[in-house]
Ligand binder design. Sequence first.
Ligand code: ADP
Ligand code: MG
Length: 731
Amino acid sequence: MDRLASPLSVLPLVGPARAKAFKSSGLVTVRDLLFYFPFRHIDRTTILSIEKAYTHVKNGYAGELTLIGKVQESKVMNYGKKKILAVRVSDKTGELDCLWFQGSEYFARTFAAGQVVALSGKPSLSKRGDFQLIHPGFDKLTTEESENFFNTGKIIPVYSVNQFFKEANLGETGIRRIIDKALSSYLNFVEETLPSDIRIKNDLPELKETIRQMHQPDSMEMVNKSIIRLKFEEFFYFQLFALSKRERYKHSGGGIQFGVNTSFVKDFINSLPFSLTKAQLKVLHEIKLDMFSPSPMMRLLQGDVGSGKTVVSLIAMLIAIDSGYQCALMVPTEVLAYQHFKSIKKMLESAAKFNSTHPLNIVLLTGSTKTKERKYILDALQSGEINILVGTHALFEDQVEFKSLGFIVIDEQHRFGVEQRARLIKKSGNPDVLVMTATPIPRTLSLTVFGELDVSIIDELPANRIPVKTALRGESALSGIYQFIENEVKNGRQAFIVFPLVEESEKLDLKAAEEGFKEISTNYLPHLKVALIHGRMKWKEKEEIMNAFAAGEFDVLVSTTVVEVGVDIPNASVMLVHDAHRFGLSQLHQLRGRTGRGAEQSYCILVTKDEIMASASRFKQKVEFMPQQLLERLKSITRLKAMEESNDGFKLSEIDLKMRGPGDIFGKKQSGIPDFKYCDIANDSTIMFKAKDEAQSIINKDPEFVLPENCVIATTLERELQIRENYYGIG
Ligand code: ADP
Ligand code: MG
């Protein structure tokens, strides 16, 4: 019997009202409560009297401290438009002021005279020498609790008390007491969930110990170790799920074993006007190994724009065709679909000798393909006449049936949903799948989002590329920048000018670009031929403008970011981005990759607000208190400066992940990012990789978890599934 599955009402102090409050908070069983961890631990050893703290700070200590005191008075002071809240707090040894520059009215209500509070933060001395804490973290304490703080000599776990708890008359002390009861009666029934060799090797405490230390800590060191174990375990099981899914897929049987039948593919490679880079050869090798093996391929191909992914994927498709199969290339937008269609055709045609011996039938299918054409395509796909189908979401439709679909390339995968991918894969037995993305994805994130995929990376650009020079400028420099563009155009080059996407509204977005376009064509660059392209245009319209630009009919192309990133205009040597601070680094890096494709030096000019530029100098100054606005500006400038300093997309995406979080890497909110309870994708990469490696080696050695040391994994997975079924009625 699973004692930990007992309902919470078995515990003393938990009557129906509290049981209900727990349930509303998602806590049903004793196990749930044992895993209801404090969100913070206050280290009693860093609690100081105000006098002691003052002495420390005067002697130069600049770290975090916790103080406990009673509110004497709180007042809101007006400084012009600004309101500042000052709260005076004292203990037996002295007093200090807490200051709030933001939310002063809100906090004013919080601090009534007589309230005892625990305050933590970095205290400082004002210019006048007053002892102060600015925007401290705080907990309101009951008298009883404040006694506790001083007397227990322990580390105090702090639990979140939600509205349900409050309504059931459950405060922090109450929660702590109930958890103590649960620990004393039930902790012994907790079973270990990690194999002991892995636990010991990675210096992780046992689960029992982990739970106890989280609730009744012996030291901060043990708390930290426990948190590490929780993170490790979370990602370990996450990876086991993903990897065993991949394993099952690989061994599901019926995968295609492609082979080399003729000199078809070799001829194509030999007839290319360039030789493949080392990185292209490396990933091609990885892809071939997958294709030649009987298990289905599921591979992610990453590489910067222009690194030559399309050629690689085309070679892979030719291998499939050589074995008698059809291929599909799936692309998120019509413009991109058309671009790919054209460039693949061109590549095959320029390899002329090759093409004359093996005519290939490549077609384009999108939402706007005419009915007659569509009918032909659907028939020709079924008869096997078509070798390569390039298209958008239209490929998912049920009427689209292949004779023998063997290989699928998905470009810019993150814009497709997982189900959409699955739907296309279902169209044939077990085709090999190659997912391509030009967004450099930090490794922790790609493990998380693409956990079930193998990864190949092209980390080198073709040798003929000259690195793009990047410059960051304030808006006041604009007229000089336009002068520069005019000169480039005089020398025969072309330029892109990008206005930012206004997330909230496509209308505003369009307005920014339209106004910018007007200003540029009338004020800044009246002598040049300037065109505007935006997301609201039909794709045919966009295509016409793109073609005209490629043909040199315009000098400058003004656009919103919605303009597809697949365009190849080797003659464009300038990329000017307005309001660059609004973009993620990965997006800026992609935009920059639009240039630098020709034989000339290219330039990426990032323009931002003058205030943001000015904040760079403030950065070096020590700022006593940094208002939110300045902090934001400093973040912006730090990110933008990284663009000047680095051409490495992976490095930039790591910076973005740390500074803006995972959602921004893809430019849009990415629905595929799981919500971890303990792991932080941006900051826990070391733990996550350790957990991943352990999961991988178990899957390699013992994919069914039958070895005695891995039994615990089988049991844990089974119980997890059981729990999910009981709670949600799903498997
Ligand atoms: P990606 O799909 O990664 O953005 P592409 O495959 O479209 O890159 O390649 C960009 C351009 O570089 C194309 O014009 C392509 O023909 C060319 N190219 C690809 N591989 C090489 C290479 N090894 N050497 C020189 N040029 C290359
Ligand atoms: Mg491409």
